[in-house]
Design a protein around this ligand. Sequence first.
Ligand code: FAD
Length: 500
Amino acid sequence: MSDYDVVVIGAGCGGLGIGALLSHQGRKVLVVEQSNLIGGCCSTFEQKGYRIDLGASIIEFPQVIDWCFKRMGTSFFDEVDLVPVDPTFSAMLSDGTKVTYPLSLEETRKEIMRVAPEDVKGWDKYSKKFQGFIDTALDGFFVSPMNNFTDMVKLFAKTPALLKYNSLFFSSYEGVIRKYFKNEKIIESFSFHSFYAGQPPALLPGHFAMLPYAEHAGVYYSKGGMIGIPKGFQKCGEKSGMKIRLNTAVKKILVSKKRVRGVVLEDGTEITSDVVVSNINSRKMYLEMIGEEHLPWLAKAGLKSYTYSMATPMLYLCLNYTPPLEHHHTLMTLPMEKVNNYWFNHYLKGSFPKEQFGILSWTTRSDPSLAPKGHHIIAVTLAPGVYKLKGTTWDQEKPRLKEEIINYLDKTYLPGLKEHIVLAELSTPSDFEKRLRSPEGAIYALRQDLPHSMMFRPAAKSKHVKGLYLVGASTHPGGGVPTVIASAMIGADLIEKYEQ
Ligand SMILES: Cc1cc2nc3c(=O)[nH]c(=O)nc-3n(C[C@H](O)[C@H](O)[C@H](O)COP(=O)(O)OP(=O)(O)OC[C@H]3O[C@@H](n4cnc5c(N)ncnc54)[C@H](O)[C@@H]3O)c2cc1C
């Protein structure tokens, strides 16, 4: 008799989502989490009376998250106190122009008319294309397993209309955006979104060009901080008996006769279970927790060939003034060409730029209760930062960089900033690695280009070890809060099918 039916390693949204679903199926589930908080990248920590989001700052595709709660007889909107974010974002362009995209498609059209009347037709065509793509692809692509080539063929057989969108997968984000828009201001306003999937516009597959459009289906923030979303899953899971242990790190996954038998914790305790779900980086999990001795040579070679996704330094700012911003999300943008150049000339060469771009996420705009009265919080997602800096380390550079970035923001997007900082913390890729044990500080686990997507991403049902399942950013469909929750639904379906 095993201690649990299922042990889940990691209490990220993927781990808690599947934990709650499997508990709802009547299984005895334990979720173990190495840190002192649930939520992983979608968590909120408290410091001196400020509640600061660690990573994720909004969610898109609320309908996907809702499907998961609906499977447990409730709804996303009942379980999590959501604050609508409208406008979806505003972009401060490098030439000083501000472009704001309201939730309403019609109002957005008017904004495009104001900034670039020649692109209104392009906007209409782009909207039509991606509404069609989302309607066709969302429930099939997002919640169908993609363990092998057959699964992909099955998906296209079930949804033949998807074939119409085939070319998107083989073009780039930039190629698609430039096909519909000609005005450089509009193109610049969409230039940062490619990093929502972890690649520059020139390299990211074209179907991700749906991101700026998809936001018009609803963008939300969770009251009390983004941790509200994983808390919603915790609440549902615990109602069905799910247990969570914090400050509990797994060291090894027990395997015998090619089947998992449970986990060994770092303190040496063994917990037995015939099903183990990994919510952590899958390359690391296979090579360090399962061990190369349990893997065929081809699998080892395949796993070692995976590249970790980009890392992103974050600057958490707690302020005693109202920042000169208007909306929850302000993108600090650069022309698309410069963003690509940044990737090739800085990121890939190991340097971090002075000229910043990224997101100013003013969370107290949506929920003032996150900070003491009259105070504010901005979480700044900076330009992607490569883990291995050339000739130096993040730990060494951190004090200088923090000062430099604050000076830069004070001179550009946030005048007055320096005199109003109560607390400022720079979280580097190396800090992120220490905090969440995410190798190289990767924010989406593995890269999200074609060779790391769909059936090429590690499979949700392990091909090498029976009883081992994967959820979260490391498996299909990839990183992002709604996306990892989709992986939880896929994983729960597979376990229901194969583990009776
Ligand atoms: C800076 C940043 C900004 C982002 N912004 C957004 C956004 O605005 N919107 C959006 O939708 N998505 C965003 N994302 C992406 C999204 O947050 C993640 O893709 C998603 O939350 C990942 O969930 P996950 O289930 O894969 O697990 P993770 O969040 O990676 O959680 C894994 C958990 O496993 C734990 N763990 C690791 N090793 C062990 C071990 N040995 N034993 C036990 N536990 C272990 C970790 O502590 C962690 O809690 C952002 C991510 C980052 C980092």
